[in-house]
Unconditional design. Sequence first.
Length: 274
Amino acid sequence: MHRGKGFTPLEIKSRDRKRGSFLTGFTLIELLVVIAIIALLMAILMPALSRARDQARGVVCKSNLSQWGKIFYLYAHDNESKFMVWKESSTPGGGTWIIPLMPYYEKGGEKSRLCPNTRKTEEEGETVPARMAWSCEIDGKINKNSYGINNWCYDLRPGVTTIWGLPDADRRAWRKIDQRQAAQIPMFLECWRWGGGPVLRSDPAPPDEASRHNTGFGRYCMDRHACTINVCLMDASVSRVRLKSLWDLKWHKEYLMADPLPEWPQWMLNLPGQ
């Protein structure tokens, strides 16, 4: 044992029979310092690792939507550049894009229909609204999704003037995919349900987390990727769009950028714009 020092180290000694020497271990203080350094490094690295994971999920989500852009173009190519014909249907999702596009996307499986940040529906126990997938049953099979259409991206039969209750759809709907402003038109994006339809630029933002899906913009306005969502535009490009910037997209033919923006609710006041 060492003497004449301010402390007595804890030593782990074992005789090396070949060399006849002692091996001295770490002191308790040295071990505590090493543990503290490891804890500090973990505290520094964990947020960075979390951000890297979220960024990777965002990349996968954008890749999914890029594939959906191709799906829409394949369908339009086979149908004289026209979107799906909107119709009422007793089948959940039957009057929307889900069934008409199924031959083009079903081989991609569930992963192509889900953002990696969404895995479960509310019925399956998900409690965070932005992470909720939605589902519909078709031919006895449950289809889970986390993307939806801009409801103005449909074709209409003669005499039909509304889409899911949206007024003047015969004038406002895009009907065909080849539009001059395609890079500003949202076509398919992250969504609460199978679609939504903002009417005016002054349409209100959802007031809170629980009721976001009850308004036109609320179908898309959610904190899924750090207050942004991924949007497939009508030219098949995919952009990450800030929530306030959703109001600056060209939703339908008569959507006017000159109209005023709504008054932002409390939860959106400090969010960045474009």
